[in-house]
Design a protein around this ligand. Structure first.
Ligand SMILES: Nc1ncnc2c1ncn2[C@@H]1O[C@H](COP(=O)(O)OP(=O)(O)O)[C@@H](O)[C@H]1O
Ligand SMILES: [Mg+2]
Ligand SMILES: [Zn+2]
Length: 370
């Protein structure tokens, strides 16, 4: 495995995707020499919090910051000086990463306090990156609070967490807070495209879309899924195999099935389901995906402006198909269809003959419509 998520970690703030407000603010702070002494980065996993924390450590310590005009123009680390290099390699002794999930005790925090009192050894600033900060004990939070109340000039604290509400208000209010967001499918696909092209991996847009979808907004998850797929498939990746590996059907099947349903082509629908069944697709999961898809079609039927709600979760092809198909449906019938699929879905989970409830629901529905 090539550990894509490590190899392709953002090197400059501009590489950090989908968090534009945050990157702009951090770049400006760097340019104007106004980087804060404590930050709280919160948001879903795999969206760039740890990466951003390391980038702050680099901009604080990059040796070009005092000498170079480029730094003051761009607010980006140079990635060439010894400070940048050490931090990139994870060797910098003045950048202290603490995983609060495994260092929860008061002792660690006591050590930390002693650590904080000492000036940095090699770098300009000592940077403490506390990951999974919500896991700190109350004692540890208290110790941290004391430090944040009177932060030594040579330190910067960056707390990262997926659970913002578990950080005491006293701590949060002393930090600059940045909310990281899930990444839109389109942006995840864009980064995966760069990775596969750099790694000479042969694949198709549908494969990358499927991986991006399965990652549910986390770029790290997308990159590790790609890693796993490459480990199984080598450098040439087939959609069918990825579907199998992820236990997830590509959206094409959902869109095609919806097309057949909306054309009231009962025999076409049954044939298609039989083929998918034969090829080993998980029909229960497929039904769930279908329901989600039809729900989007319904929403857009009710109000076309709602299409923008789904811009983040679906590919641009899918967005277009949702729009087209929503123009074809009649609201009442469509609602009945979704309801019977929901019923079928719960029945499917309790029968070994998964295909039957699905077939029956669709036949029943399409018959009453014709
Ligand atoms: N916003 C992003 N832009 C670019 N790459 C990202 C982003 N978020 C995550 N990644 C990728 O995922 C990996 C892990 O991200 P990380 O910063 O550790 O996420 P978090 O700390 O939010 O869980 C990074 O090395 C990078 O390859
Ligand atoms: Mg992290
Ligand atoms: Zn540098």
């Amino acid at each position: 495995m090539i550990a894509i998520y490590r190899k392709y970690r953002p090197k400059v703030l501009a590489d950090l995707i989908g968090q534009d407000d945050i990157t702009e603010t951090l770049k400006n702070a760097a340019r104007l020499n106004k980087i804060g002494h404590s930050y709280l980065f919160f948001g879903p996993r795999g969206t760039g919090k740890t990466s951003a924390a390391r980038l702050v450590a680099k901009t604080l310590n990059c040796l070009t910051r005092t000498t170079d005009n480029k730094f003051h123009k761009e607010g980006e680390p140079c990635n060439r000086c010894t400070a940048c290099e050490e931090i990139d390699k994870g060797h910098a002794i003045d950048v202290i990463e603490i995983d609060a999930a495994s260092n929860r005790g008061i002792d660690e925090m006591r050590n930390l306090k002693e650590h904080i009192a000492l000036a940095p050894i090699r770098l300009l600033k000592k940077v403490f990156i506390i990951d999974e900060a919500h896991m700190l004990t109350r004692e540890a939070f208290n110790a941290l609070l004391k430090t944040l109340e009177e932060p030594p000039l040579h330190t910067c604290f960056i707390l990262a967490t997926t659970e913002r509400e578990k950080i005491p208000a006293t701590i949060a209010s002393r930090a600059q807070r940045f909310q990281f967001k899930k990444l839109p499918i389109v942006k995840i696909v864009e980064k995966l495209e760069k990775v596969v092209s750099a790694e000479n991996i042969k694949t198709s847009p549908h494969v990358l879309e499927l991986i991006a979808e399965a990652a549910e907004g986390s770029l790290r998850d997308a990159e590790s899924l790609l890693d796993q797929v490459v480990a199984f498939e080598g450098s040439s990746i087939e959609l069918r195999n990825v579907e199998h590996l992820l236990g997830k059907a590509s959206r094409n099947h959902i869109m095609k099935l919806t097309h057949l349903i909306l054309s009231s082509d009962i025999s076409g629908v049954l044939r298609y389901l039989a083929t998918l069944d034969e090829e080993g697709y998980n029909l229960t999961q497929l039904t769930k995906d279908l329901i989600h898809y039809l729900r989007k079609v319904l929403a857009v039927k009710v109000d076309p402006a709602l299409l923008s709600l789904f811009r983040n979760e679906v590919s641009s092809d899918e967005l277009k198909t949702i729009e087209e198909q929503s123009a074809l449906v009649r609201e009442k019938q469509h609602i009945a269809l979704i309801k019977s699929l929901i019923r079928a879905y719960s029945e499917m989970r309790y029968t070994p003959l998964t295909i039957v409830p699905l077939e029956v629901a669709l036949i029943e529905n399409l018959k009453t419509n014709t």
